[in-house]
Design a protein around this ligand. Structure first.
Ligand SMILES: Nc1ncnc2c1ncn2[C@@H]1O[C@H](COP(=O)(O)OP(=O)(O)O)[C@@H](O)[C@H]1O
Ligand SMILES: N[C@@H](CCOP(=O)(O)O)C(=O)O
Length: 290
């Protein structure tokens, strides 16, 4: 039997669409045991079948490794809410692939795991930090994925504002434009390069100034009820910068001062939709055995 923990991730980090992601200290736990036949439990009933993403990822990794198991029992224990932009699908993919490696006693090869996971997930920005921890920047070519780490000063905290409604990544990708004006692309890449240094150097002013994405956020904002109200509350109380976590629906407020969380929650409680504040920090280890 093996038990694996995989961190949640906040992808895009505003201006890094499909390339930036940060691992957070919120986890899903996966237990794998070789048995006579397949069984899965611990997740919602709609996912308790052979189409379960953990199981399909597990099978893909076994096929890649050219290994077999008789059957597998998978138990999921997740703290990562589904379809809220905190990388629940990436936890399942990374958990399933790592489960296949561990259950077959295969030596861990993170580069190969990153490539398998990216192929399943379709983009590397969640799976890279879920595997390696920390802030990762990734480039996906036709052949493979290159992921490199960047630092995040530990005085930054990530306040996840999680609403009571879902945004499915598949749907949130459909609203994106097919093309962008040249000047927009140039501005966004300039912001991206500056943002990376801002996280490393604890440069709050720089982050406040450049964290305004023009590639995906303007198109996705209308999918998130009360975006403007939530943002205004955070900016009034305490906010270094604010962005849509992954494809939403969670909104992320980067903070220095953790004492203001209660004040923000109190104001959010007066809104029409349910919003829950969860204070998170960077996970620096990535997926690991428990
Ligand atoms: N605990 C879980 N058990 C089974 N499948 C899950 C679980 N969590 C997430 N998933 C899978 O991931 C999908 C959600 O992925 P997605 O819409 O990309 O949202 P997220 O932003 O949470 O990654 C679900 O529809 C399901 O297929
Ligand atoms: N780059 C992806 C990230 C999706 O992250 P998730 O946490 O919402 O699955 C996108 O923006 O579509």
């Amino acid at each position: 039997m093996v038990k694996i923990q995989v961190p949640a991730t906040t992808a895009n980090v505003g201006v890094g669409f499909d390339c930036l992601g940060i691992a957070l200290n919120l986890y899903t736990y996966f237990t794998f045991e070789e048995t006579d036949e397949f069984s899965i439990s611990g997740c919602e009933e709609r996912f308790q079948n052979e189409d379960n993403l953990v199981y399909t990822s597990f099978l893909k990794a076994l096929a890649y490794l050219k290994k077999e198991v008789k059957g597998v029992s998978i138990i999921i224990d997740s703290n990562v809410p589904v379809s809220r932009g905190l990388g629940s699908s990436a936890t399942c993919v990374v958990g399933g692939v790592l489960g296949a490696y561990e259950l077959t006693n295969t030596a861990i090869d993170k580069e190969a795991i990153l490539n398998i996971c990216t192929e399943i997930e379709g983009h590397p920005d969640n799976v890279a930090p879920a595997i390696y921890g920390g802030l990762m920047a990734s480039y996906q070519s036709e052949k493979s994925v290159i992921s490199v780490p960047y630092l995040v000063d530990e005085r930054f905290h990530f306040l996840a504002l999680i609403p009571d409604f879902e945004t499915k990544t598949e749907e949130a990708r459909k609203v994106l434009p097919k093309e962008l004006p040249f000047a927009t692309a140039v501005r966004n890449s300039a912001k991206l390069s500056v943002v990376l240094k801002g996280f490393e150097m604890y440069e709050s002013n720089i982050l406040s100034e450049v964290m305004s994405d023009e590639v995906h956020e303007p198109y996705r904002k209308p999918l998130i009820h009360e975006y403007d109200e939530v943002r205004a509350i955070c900016e009034e109380i305490e906010s270094v910068c604010f962005y849509i976590s992954g494809s939403g629906s969670t909104l992320m407020n980067v903070m220095r001062d953790t004492e203001q969380v209660e004040a923000i929650q109190k104001r959010l409680d007066k809104l029409e939709y349910g919003w829950k504040c969860v204070m998170l920090d960077v996970d620096r280890a990535g997926a690991s055995l428990c």
